[in-house]
Design a protein around this ligand. Structure first.
Ligand SMILES: NC(=O)c1ccc[n+]([C@@H]2O[C@H](COP(=O)([O-])OP(=O)(O)OC[C@H]3O[C@@H](n4cnc5c(N)ncnc54)[C@H](O)[C@@H]3O)[C@@H](O)[C@H]2O)c1
Length: 423
């Protein structure tokens, strides 16, 4: 079993650290956020992710998982240092590598000889070299090992991945990284760093393309009187297409797709290729946010000025508390800009959000509302009491941007129902 330092304890770093400890490694996780580290040392989990609390407590209890403040305090005797720090979108659309460089500079002088630095953050081609330069060490190999987990099922995805991708110039370093996953059954693709880095961006770009595609088909369905649910089902049974990511909605968001699609466009541009297809995918997504906001305005009678809109769902997807680049917030911003008073509920219990009122009860969110907008696909929304909702609202209008609710039950009770891509 190996000694692993994990730098950055966000959604990826904490999952990586907890899972590596779970399969038997000795893991030290570091972060710059003192409050986060103090909470983790007490076994408190700063994010909502199913099963993570148990794994962290198990690791703490067994002594295989520890948390320290500052990357420099994690690496003294590590064999592997995993970089799991943010790579946000820079001003020009490219990935901002400053967190990666800072982390590498911090640990560079302290790493034991022959340690392997593994980049799990999503980074553009060439970043392995950037990390090597920032480390300033010729005796330390740098390997790319991109992460494909989905928030909401991160633990499952880490322990049962579809594949493990390892990109390295140094084959012995690649084999060492592969050995960390002993016991995890998955195809392993060992390749060069540029290909590993491209696989991650291309995968995210393709998934975003599928969602934009089905949202565009949903718009066609509305225009021609077809039903997207049946259309997606009929498409998805084709094994070349598959059912995943063929669900229409308010558009894609989250901490990855928006920045990664734009970074991919930029990577291609810098390399002399105009990635028009992906630009179109991004444009369709922007349009979709407007289309959903327009549906809400239309059901409110053509204007939301001074009207209350009830919103269910703020996170970018269900079963996470992550609201980074949430389509829900983007739709809400369009409504607020047009004078709407938004009152929202989300099961992840977010704190206050500027410009809107956040309540802790779904029925309170629709009190006096002209329209209920369902913007995130939390399963519990399906089971709420439709009669109670009807009684609370000023008018019985629903925009179901996830096609989640029981349309028949709503229309039976006199609701105007507007989904996505449905007759
Ligand atoms: N969130 C996802 O679903 C997901 C999935 C796959 C890949 N990724 C990629 O993984 C990377 C991390 O994403 P995330 O969602 O975990 O980010 P995050 O913002 O949740 O976590 C990053 C953590 O790194 C810490 N940090 C920053 N600089 C540091 C330093 N020098 N030393 C120690 N800690 C430092 C931050 O305080 C933060 O806690 C990104 O490149 C992202 O694109 C994310």
């Amino acid at each position: 079993m190996s000694k692993i330092a994990v730098i950055g304890t966000g959604y990826v770093g904490l999952t990586t650290g907890a899972c590596f400890a779970h399969i038997g490694h000795d893991v030290v996780c570091a972060d710059v956020d003192a409050d986060k580290i103090a909470r983790l040392q007490r076994g408190e989990i700063p994010i909502l992710e199913a099963g993570l609390d148990n794994l962290v407590r198990e690791g703490l209890h067994d002594g295989r998982l520890t948390f320290v403040l500052g990357a420099e305090n994690a690496v003294a005797d590590c064999e592997f240092a995993y970089l799991c720090v943010p790579t946000p979108q820079g001003a020009d659309g490219s990935a901002d590598l400053s967190y990666i460089e800072d982390a590498a500079r911090q640990i560079g002088p302290l790493l034991p000889s022959e340690a392997v630095v593994v980049n799990k953050s999503t980074v553009p081609v060439g970043s392995t070299r950037v990390v090597e330069r920032a480390l300033g060490r010729s005796d330390v190999a740098v390997v790319s090992n991109p992460e494909f987990l989905r928030e909401g099922s991160a633990i499952h995805d880490f322990l049962h991945p579809d594949r493990i991708v390892i990109g390295a110039e140094d084959q012995s370093a690649a084999v060492k990284v592969q050995s960390l996953y002993l016991g995890i059954t998955a195809p392993v693709i060992v390749t060069d760093p540029a290909s590993a880095e491209t696989i991650k961006y291309a995968a995210n770009a393709f998934l975003a393309t599928k969602i934009s595609f089905i949202n565009a088909v949903a718009a066609v369905c509305e225009a021609v009187g077809a039903d997207i649910k049946d259309v997606a089902l009929g498409m998805g049974y084709d094994t070349r297409i598959g059912h995943e990511f063929l669900k229409p909605g308010p558009g894609w968001g989250g901490s990855c797709f928006p920045k990664d699609t734009r970074a991919m466009v930029r990577i291609a541009e810098d390399a002399g290729y105009d990635f028009n297809l992906l630009k179109g995918v991004v444009n369709v997504n922007d349009e979709q946010l407007h289309r959903v906001a327009a549906k809400i305005v239309a059901l409110a009678g053509g204007s939301v000025q001074g009207k209350r809109i009830g919103v269910w769902g703020l996170t970018f997807k269900a079963r996470t508390d992550d609201m980074r680049e949430s389509p829900s917030l983007a739709v809400i911003a369009h409504l607020v800009a047009q004078g709407a008073e938004v009152r929202a509920f989300d099961p992840s219990n977010p704190g206050p959000i500027e410009g809107i009122e956040v309540v802790d009860d779904p029925y309170a969110a629709v009190e006096g509302a002209e329209v209920l907008a369902v913007l995130t696909e939390w399963d519990e929304f399906r089971w709420l009491d439709v009669d109670k909702v009807a009684d609370a609202m000023a008018a019985k209008n629903v925009v179901d941007a996830r096609n989640l609710l029981d349309r028949a039950a709503l229309t039976r009770r006199g609701f105007e129902y507007e989904g996505i891509g449905r007759k």
